[in-house]
Design a binder for this molecule. Structure first.
Ligand code: NOJ
Length: 560
């Protein structure tokens, strides 16, 4: 396996709107980020992934871009951005930018032109189609609820939007669109960015003819995902992008790829294939959802989680590269989701971090994860800001008359705003995020959970992350070792090993709030054992044969 810097890096995601506000308007900004770069450096991270900071009407918080080459006013100016990248590089870190090119904003100049007439030169930059039998051109459903088509009176046609109606899909079949996007990517690379996180990049190739999808009984729309996820020309497009742009720079790329299987991921990330370095796959994030999707809550079975993560660990070993994540701006907080955010918040946050950071792949930390931030429960839907959550609520409560409490409950468990409340820097007003009114309310638990507290407490989640990151830098085996699952059928313990040459790591994790007995497989033999990290005090002399694990206990041993 080739060794590269992006395999050995730890990435930290900044969602700028909620990170740090420097000018008191209640919205995080670039100067606010610059103020906190030393904090990120101290944590030990190598790369910052910055969620979109481009000009945007913010229908989807920047994932709807109206000008790819300028900075959103609320976040600052291009010169603030230039200062940011200089300051990042000066601290020997890297900056990757979000690339959102499955769709633009409907306020983008291209779309404004394309709306004007059927023969406008930009018409074919998007998917415009006439209606069918007085209805939408096909029966696909938007990922943000309702039809994926929006009617436009001016030309009496519909346009496709897989996300909100203010996010029209760009037509990648059109070579001019691709060329414009490659030019724009080159613009940012020439300005010094170190790579891209590519938003839903595996949705850019749609099946010719945009066929109707099979409709389930009683449903108005069908997902249609089979006609645009990992579509027919996706690898051709990515290889072209790689040839025209990516291959010319020493950068890192990560494609967000919902619905990608291991076989797909090998095609996207195989080193000989020249597409992207790694993908964000979703399988482990879907295990606590029912068949109708994320809002249908289902308890997580530990054996499912182990099976899924193990399959990806072994499936990509030597054939592609994993990205390791359990949090981002679209996912609820992991300590609330797979851990215990009450009595064992600190222990379970550390245990979950251990699970992830000891695996093969490039780890991603989402802002606030490193201090164990939790989900939030707002009383009313009016306090929520996320378009996905709001659309779903209206559809279920107003159109389908579903029970408000159960809809709110699914929002408490899965809503994206769980991850988007402001970073809790200290215990002062608004958690030190802003001196103004925050654009979304601060989680009321900021008095206990905040960065200032975490830095001053040697046993905090923060110091544990710092240590995990350091370990990855000092032990090759954590980056490159091969993975093997132990105790496959155990519903309480997740244990696995990593192996490189004559060394082994043993990772033992208790996923419950009870004491559980771990018994080392007899065939595992070694001369020396060294405890690398643990979330409780451990007697180093203790035998590994039988360990009574404490609630959410995590231990990592190096054996040789
Ligand atoms: C995935 C992004 O992570 C999410 O936040 C966004 O809403 C959609 N793509 C659409 O851009």
């Amino acid at each position: 396996m080739n060794k590269t810097w992006w395999k050995e890096s730890v990435v930290y995601q900044v969602y700028p709107r909620s990170f740090n506000d420097s000018n008191g308007d209640g919205i995080g900004d670039l100067q606010g980020m610059i103020e906190k770069l030393d904090y990120l450096k101290d944590l030990g991270i190598d790369v910052i992934w910055l969620s979109p900071v481009y000009q945007s009407p913010n229908d989807d918080n920047g994932y709807d871009i109206s000008d790819y080459k300028s900075i959103m006013d609320e976040f600052g100016t291009m010169s603030d951005w230039e200062q940011l990248i200089d300051e990042v590089h000066r601290r020997d870190m890297k900056l990757i930018m979000d690339l959102v090119v499955n769709h633009s904003s409907d306020e983008h100049r291209w779309f404004q032109e394309s709306k004007k007439s059927k023969d406008n030169p930009y018409r074919n930059y998007y998917y415009w189609r006439p209606g069918k039998d007085g209805k939408e051109p096909n029966n696909w459903e938007s990922i943000f609820s309702g039809s994926a088509w929006q009617y436009d009176e001016k030309t009496d046609e519909y346009y496709l939007h897989l996300f909100s109606k203010k996010q029209p899909d760009l037509n990648w079949e059109n070579e001019e669109v691709r060329k414009e996007i490659y030019k724009m990517m080159t613009f940012w690379l020439e300005k010094g960015v170190d790579g891209f996180r590519m938003d839903v990049i595996n949705l850019i190739s749609k099946t010719e003819g945009l066929p109707d999808a099979p409709l389930q009984e009683g449903k108005e729309y069908a997902s249609g995902g089979e006609f645009y996820m990992n579509g027919p020309r996706i690898h051709e497009f990515l290889q072209e992008m790689n040839r025209e742009v990516l291959s010319k720079y020493d950068i890192m790329t990560v494609g967000e790829t919902p619905g990608a299987t291991i076989d797909d991921a090998i095609l996207y990330t195989g080193e000989e294939r020249n597409e992207v370095n790694m993908v964000f796959q979703f399988e482990h994030m879907d295990l606590d959802s029912g068949p109708s999707g994320k809002w249908e809550l289902k308890p997580l079975l530990l054996t499912d989680l182990k099976k899924s993560l193990s399959k990806w660990q072994t499936g990509l070993d030597g054939k592609g590269w994993n990205s390791l994540y359990v949090n981002n701006h679209d996912q609820p907080r992991i300590v609330s989701r797979f851990g215990n955010d009450k009595e064992y918040r600190v222990e379970s946050a550390k245990m979950l971090a251990t699970m992830l950071h000891m695996m093969q792949g490039t780890p991603y930390i989402y802002q606030g994860e490193e201090i164990g931030m939790t989900n939030v429960r707002f009383d009313s839907i009016d306090q929520y800001k996320d378009i996905e959550t709001i659309n779903m609520y209206h559809e279920k409560v107003e159109q389908r008359n579903e029970d408000i409490q159960s809809v709110m409950n699914s929002i408490y468990v899965k809503g994206r705003d769980n991850a988007r409340t402001p970073i809790q820097w200290d215990d002062s007003k608004n958690a030190g995020f802003t001196t103004g009114d925050p654009w979304i309310q601060v989680n009321p638990n900021y008095k206990e959970i905040n960065v200032k507290q975490a830095i001053s407490d040697p046993n905090s989640v923060y110091h544990y992350y710092q240590k995990l990151i350091k370990l990855r830098k000092t032990h090759d085996i954590i980056v490159y070792g091969s993975y093997e699952l132990l105790l496959e059928d155990d519903e309480r313990i997740y244990a696995y090993t990593r192996s490189l040459e004559d060394k082994k790591l043993l990772v033992i994790l208790n996923f419950t709030d009870e004491e559980v007995l771990f018994e080392k497989p007899e065939e595992m033999i070694y001369d020396t054992k060294q405890l690398l990290i643990s979330n409780y005090m451990v007697d180093e002399g203790e035998s590994l044969a039988r360990i009574l694990l404490k609630p959410y206990e995590a231990r990592v041993y190096k054996l040789y």
